[in-house]
Design a protein around this ligand. Structure first.
Ligand code: UN1
Length: 496
């Protein structure tokens, strides 16, 4: 019998109270079970939150440089385990192995980066308007965090949240996606091996309805960080708003690449392939729209279609695979439904559009790289996040027209422009209303040292990653100290 994957509560691996287990399976081969995971109930959340609350007092008093050193140990252990973990990411989530390794690398980068924040975490010291008085601001921890993470970056995104939360002195309860519960468990094992004290980091497995929502509403939680779908995120924002509870939510995207008439087309095609079909389109930064200047539209489409038709689909562990499966049956069906909707709306399907079932792929959730051209910017497939290997090509008349199209959705995560004209790139940089803008690069591949997130319905609250203006703002609150050493009453705004 396979060993059951357990919850981690107060420093111990324990079975949940939900009864039985659920399975995490390999999306490239449904018969391959990656792990059997304990089912949790609200009781497990109660235990985890209470452990985190108890651990908070001591952890928040540990000097931040010591907390940072623990993250350096996490980074070292992740580096040592990178290969095995990368393979696990590929087996459990489906992305091709170089991307599985990249997922782990992003966590390593974050652990080193946030580890060094242990010696920074700086506030401000400013002059006081009165003599013999000083003034400063300090970053202090917020308390106990609920962290809810998705399956598409099963190591990186939990690390994006855990590293800043812990270095800042918070304690946490992590509820990872059921689809990548084994990856999350291995990551937590590494944090435990790096010396995280009991109760500081707790892990509870289960679904949103079973335990996620209960966790977010729990009276013992001070703040929430969520990455996932827009529907769930907006629901959690509602709940948290009603409870006056901090939430940072990072949700959908409908990212676009603009290809101008003066672009290096081969480069733009490479970027569109990488952004549209990398990770099988399952990144919130995926380039699911290509907004192409009419002067190069036919030539770009010919090149793009040719490149996409060469992509080799299969198990991501094989060296010859360019694109892996999608995560699970509901996503598989949802993507095919979107393809159906695109056809119905009158977009021209010029590549793919069907499940890919050749050879061993019949056992997994594979979908052909799919391209629609002549897509109207208002169509459902051009407005809603598909999260699969489906790219919409839209024609634009000018730079202004292209920018208007890119900005014309409810999302605003990432955008890009391919052009050789410095003035056009400057206008795009100024006018694209997205949290991240790329010039002559694809929409994916943000680095961890800058804030990650977007405008409009993409997110709410402080951004992920980065330091100031990003994750540190999500995981600390400000405290301002005025110290008067004059020995007399001094009245601000009144005394001179
Ligand atoms: C996500 O898809 O939720 O910028 C995160 C990128 C990656 C992170 C993606 N570094 O594409």
């Amino acid at each position: 019998m396979r060993e059951m994957i357990k919850n981690f509560i107060n420093g111990k691996w324990v079975a949940g109270h939900g009864g039985g287990t659920f399975k995490s399976i390999n999306p490239a081969n449904k018969t391959n079970v990656i792990g059997e995971i304990t089912r949790s109930s609200p009781k497990d959340i109660d235990m985890a939150v209470s452990a985190a609350r108890q651990a908070y007092e001591a952890w928040s008093q540990v000097p931040a440089p010591r907390r940072g050193e623990m993250l350096f140990r996490v980074a070292e252990l992740l580096t040592k385990e990178k290969k095995g973990l990368g393979q696990l990411v590929t087996r459990e989530m489906g992305k091709v192995l170089p991307e599985g390794l990249g997922d782990v690398q992003e966590a390593i980068d974050m652990a080193y980066y946030m580890g060094s924040e242990g010696r920074r975490l700086s506030g401000e010291t400013v002059p006081s308007e009165l003599p013999n008085k000083d003034a400063k601001s300090l970053r202090v921890p917020i308390g106990v965090f609920a962290l809810i993470t998705p399956w598409n970056f099963p190591i990186a995104i939990p690390a994006w949240k855990l590293c800043p939360a812990l270095v800042a002195g918070n304690t946490v309860v992590l509820k990872p996606s059921r689809d990548t519960a084994v990856c999350a468990t291995r990551l937590v094992e590494i944090f435990a091996a790096a010396g995280v004290p009991a109760g500081v980091l707790n892990l509870v497995h289960g679904s949103g309805p079973e335990v996620g929502e209960y966790l977010v509403r729990h009276p013992g939680i001070d703040a929430v960080s969520f990455t996932g779908s827009c529907d769930t995120g907006e629901h959690l924002e509602d709940l948290c708003g009603g409870m006056h509870r901090h939430i940072s939510a990072e949700m959908g995207g409908k990212n676009a690449i603009i290809v101008m008439d003066d672009a290096k087309l081969e480069l733009a095609v490479e970027g569109a392939i990488w952004g549209g079909f990398g990770t099988t389109g399952q990144r919130c930064t995926a380039a699911s729209r290509l907004v192409v200047h009419e002067a190069v539209y036919p030539r770009f489409i010919a090149l793009f279609k040719e490149a996409a038709s060469k992509l080799r689909i299969g198990n991501g562990l094989r060296k010859t695979t360019d694109m892996g499966p999608v995560i699970n049956e509901p996503q598989f069906k949802k993507i095919l439904d979107y393809i159906g909707a695109g056809k119905k709306e009158g977009a021209r399907l010029i590549l793919g559009g069907r499940p890919y079932t050749q050879g061993e792929c019949a056992r997994g959730f594979f979908i052909e790289p799919t391209i629609f051209m002549d897509v109207d910017p208002e169509m459902k497939i051009a407005q809603e996040e598909i999260f699969g290997p489906v790219v919409c090509v839209i024609r634009a008349k000018s730079l202004e027209d292209a920018i208007r199209i890119v900005n014309g959705t409810r999302y605003g995560l990432s955008s890009s422009i391919y052009t050789q004209d410095v003035n056009k790139s400057a206008i795009a940089e100024r006018d694209l209303d997205t949290g991240i803008v790329y010039i002559n690069a694809s929409t994916i591949g943000a680095e961890i040292q800058l804030p990650f997130g977007g405008t409009k319905h993409t997110g709410m609250g402080p951004r992920e990653a980065g330091g100031r203006g990003g994750a540190l703002d999500a995981y600390t609150k400000w405290k301002v100290i005025y110290r008067d050493f004059s020995g007399r009453l001094q009245r601000a705004q009144i005394d001179k």
